[in-house]
Write a protein that binds this ligand. Structure first.
Ligand SMILES: C[S@@+](CC[C@H](N)C(=O)[O-])C[C@H]1O[C@@H](n2cnc3c(N)ncnc32)[C@H](O)[C@@H]1O
Length: 337
C-alpha cells in the first residue's frame, strides 16, 4: 500500500488538516497564557524570557509558537528563539475567541465524541463543557462581532434597568453600567462558573452596588421584585437554547410575564447554516453545529427566527445581520400590544 505523502494532494490536505488542528489548540493556549496579547502590541519577544517571566513551561511554549508559525500567525527566527506577529496575525487575533470556544470550552466534549455518539445512559456524562472557558471565549467573540451592532441598536434608548439572560462573563452588563452611572444591571446565568467570571468583572469595574447576579434558568424564571424594574432585556448567544419552536414561543411569552415593564429586548445569536456545503463555511459554523447536535440542542435557521416573534407577543423594531460569525443576527424587539 502506498502511503500518501505531502508530495501528492491527498497527503498535503491531510498534513494541512492535522497541522491546523494542532495550531488551533496552540492559538487558544497562546491567548490564555498572554503571549498573543503581547504580540498584538507589536512586540518581538524572546520565548525563553517570556516563559520565565510568566512561569511557563518553555518547551511547550516554543513548540506552540512553531505550530502557529506554520499558519503564518507568528514568525520565528531560525533558532526559534524570538517570535513576532506574522502576516495573518491580525485575522487570527480577531478570531481567537472561536478557537478558544472550540478547543478549550468544548474540548472535553469534542474529545469524547465517540462515546457521545453511542446511544445509551452514559451519553449525558460525555456532554460536559467548561463554563468558565466558554464565557471568556464568548466575551471575546461578543466584543468583536456582536457589540458594534448591539450598541448601535440601543443608542438613544432610555434605559434604567437591564437584565442580561445567559450573561456569561458579564461583559455586557458591566459595559452598560459603566457607560451610564444610573443604570442598574441584572445578570442571569445557569452556570456558576460563568457567574464567577461575571462577579470578578463587576468587582474589577467597582460596580458591584449596581449589578446583581442571579443563578437561574432564564427559560423558567421564578419571580423577583427587581424584575419589575427591568426595561431592557438583552440576550446574546443563548437564544438557540429557547428552541424548538413551541418552547421558544412559550419562553418569549414568559419573558414578558417575568419582566412586565420591559420596553425593548435585544437578541443576538448565531443560526444553523443553510445553503452552503461544509467546505464553503466560514470559521465557527461547523463547530457550533457539531457541538449542539451532540448536545441534542436544536439550532433554528434565520428563517425560523423570523417567524417566531409574531406568535410570541414581540415585534421586530430593527435588525442587523452579522457576517462573522456567519448566519448571525441582532434583533431589537418590542412588546407587541
Ligand atoms: C455562549 S455563552 C454566551 C455568554 C454571553 N451572553 C456573551 O454574550 O458573552 C451562553 C451562556 O448562556 C448560559 N445559559 C445557557 N442556557 C441557559 C439558561 N437556560 N438559563 C440561563 N443561562 C443559560 C450559559 O451558561 C452561558 O454562560
Amino acid at each position: 500500500m502506498k502511503i500518501a505523502t505531502t508530495e501528492n494532494r491527498t497527503g498535503a490536505v491531510c498534513a494541512d488538516m492535522f497541522n491546523s488542528a494542532v495550531a488551533a489548540s496552540a492559538l487558544s493556549a497562546a491567548w490564555q497564557v498572554g503571549i498573543l496579547d503581547e504580540l498584538a502590541g507589536g512586540s518581538q519577544l524572546d520565548i525563553a524570557e517570556f516563559a520565565t517571566a510568566h512561569d511557563l513551561h518553555e518547551p511547550s511554549l516554543r513548540a506552540a509558537m512553531f505550530a502557529l508559525s506554520g499558519q503564518h500567525i507568528v514568525e520565528l527566527d531560525a533558532g526559534r528563539n524570538s517570535v513576532w506577529a506574522g502576516s495573518l496575525f491580525s485575522d487570527f487575533y480577531l478570531a481567537k475567541g472561536f478557537f478558544s470556544w472550540l478547543t478549550h470550552g468544548c474540548g472535553d466534549l469534542m474529545s469524547r465524541l465517540p462515546m457521545a455518539m453511542r446511544n445509551g445512559p452514559h451519553r449525558e456524562a460525555q456532554l460536559a463543557r467548561d463554563g468558565r472557558a466558554i464565557s471568556v471565549a464568548c466575551r471575546d467573540i461578543a466584543r468583536t462581532f456582536f457589540d458594534p451592532p448591539y450598541l448601535d441598536l440601543i443608542d438613544g434608548l432610555d434605559i434604567s434597568t437591564v437584565a442580561d439572560l445567559g450573561c456569561g462573563g458579564g461583559d455586557r452588563i458591566v459595559t452598560i453600567a459603566q457607560r451610564n452611572p444610573h443604570i442598574v444591571a441584572i445578570g442571569i446565568d445557569l452556570s456558576t462558573e460563568a457567574l464567577e467570571v461575571a462577579r470578578e468583572a463587576a468587582r474589577t469595574a467597582h460596580i458591584t452596588d449596581r449589578v446583581s447576579l442571579v443563578h437561574a434558568d432564564a427559560l423558567s424564571l421564578a419571580p423577583r421584585p427587581d424584575y419589575a424594574d427591568v426595561d431592557l432585556i438583552t440576550c446574546f448567544m443563548m437564544g438557540h437554547d429557547f428552541w424548538p419552536l413551541a418552547h421558544c414561543v412559550r419562553t418569549l411569552q414568559r419573558l414578558r410575564e417575568s419582566f412586565p415593564n420591559v420596553q425593548n429586548m435585544v437578541l443576538g445569536d448565531t443560526c444553523r447554516s443553510t445553503g452552503l456545503a461544509a467546505d464553503e463555511l466560514d470559521v465557527f459554523s461547523l463547530g457550533f453545529e457539531i457541538v449542539h447536535a451532540t448536545m441534542d440542542q436544536y439550532l433554528p435557521t434565520i428563517q425560523e427566527w423570523d417567524l417566531v416573534f409574531e406568535q410570541s407577543g414581540w415585534k421586530v423594531a430593527d435588525r442587523r445581520m452579522i457576517s462573522l460569525p456567519a448566519f448571525s443576527f441582532v434583533y431589537l424587539l418590542q412588546p407587541d400590544d
